[in-house]
Design a protein around this ligand. Structure first.
Ligand SMILES: NC(=O)c1ccc[n+]([C@@H]2O[C@H](COP(=O)([O-])OP(=O)(O)OC[C@H]3O[C@@H](n4cnc5c(N)ncnc54)[C@H](O)[C@@H]3O)[C@@H](O)[C@H]2O)c1
Length: 254
């Protein structure tokens, strides 16, 4: 497999929202570097395809159906991790949900649903598995967003959840260090299936808003996640890493 230099040889990694986009790229990257990957998602066909493609390429991966908002799912998954793998070294909490509407138009269940997938799920994951990460001297990586830093119309619950993830990451780093390192990535515009519902003009605006003048790739975020999860980042915890092609530092007004 490409990019194999074994930073995760003998390690076990769990990735949520792994059936597509950034999660799938992270699953592939960690597997390419030697990890046995547990890919969790609710999109079963794409998740099975991912696990199959990793296995076919010589890596180790299994797909597990799991709604990250379910505490019962996390409890069963933790049992599975212990029974089947006996350890957990990397947890990438990455699934999300968004409903694009201004705050005053959001239904209460739309607010709650976004917070559940995008924020609460990371806490449920930690509650179920932080002991296993601590036992292996492991690492947690949360996927936030540049929405944690700036306001974009129509994303009130998503932005609130992504901002809270940055705070949660710092908090967890303090609570569970030095055994567990916890870091957060903040992607900017990354070309994943999430952009399928965005029209061409809005896509062009997003690209123009980056210094790089292009979308990022899921693989570029996966590389950052793998770095933060690896021993190369052994003195990095409680950090936020923006991966946005300069989107958050570019302003075109005086
Ligand atoms: N793509 C971008 O431009 C961008 C920018 C900033 C942040 N992000 C963040 O990156 C992460 C990945 O986004 P992506 O662009 O790869 O999206 P994506 O839509 O390609 O993948 C998200 C995955 O999460 C899964 N998922 C949704 N609800 C779930 C649930 N309840 N339980 C389990 N899995 C569930 C989906 O089935 C999907 O496979 C998200 O946290 C997102 O907020 C993405």
């Amino acid at each position: 497999m490409a990019d194999t230099w074994g930073r995760f040889e003998g390690r076990v990694a769990l990735v949520t929202g792994a059936a597509g986009g950034i999660g799938a790229a992270t699953a592939r990257r960690l597997a390419a570097e030697g990890a046995a990957v547990i890919a969790v998602d609710i999109a079963d066909e794409a998740g099975e395809d991912l696990a199959w493609s990793i296995t076919r390429a010589g890596g180790r991966a299994e797909y597990r159906h799991g709604d990250v908002t379910s505490a019962a799912m996390w409890s069963e998954l933790a049992d599975h991790v212990r029974d089947r793998h006996g350890r957990l070294d990397v947890l990438h909490s990455n699934a999300y949900a968004v409903v694009v509407k201004p705050a005053h138009e959001l239904a209460e269940e739309e607010w709650d649903g976004q917070l559940a997938v995008t924020l609460k799920a990371s806490w449920l994951a930690v509650r179920a598995l932080v002991g296993d990460l601590a036992a292996s001297g492991g690492s947690l990586v949360l996927t936030s967003s540049v929405h944690a830093l700036v306001g974009l119309p129509g994303h009130p619950a998503y932005a609130a959840a992504k901002g809270a993830l940055c705070a949660l990451g710092r908090q967890l780093a303090v609570e569970y260090g030095p055994q567990v390192r916890v870091n957060t990535v903040l992607p900017g515009p990354i070309l994943t299936p999430a952009w399928d519902r965005v029209d061409a003009a809005a896509r062009a605006d997003s690209i123009a808003g980056t210094v790089a003048k292009r979308f990022g790739t899921p693989e570029e975020v996966a590389a950052a996640v793998a770095f933060l999860a690896s021993a190369d980042a052994s003195y990095i915890t409680g950090a936020t890493l923006v991966v946005d092609g300069g989107w958050s530092v570019l302003k075109d007004s005086a």
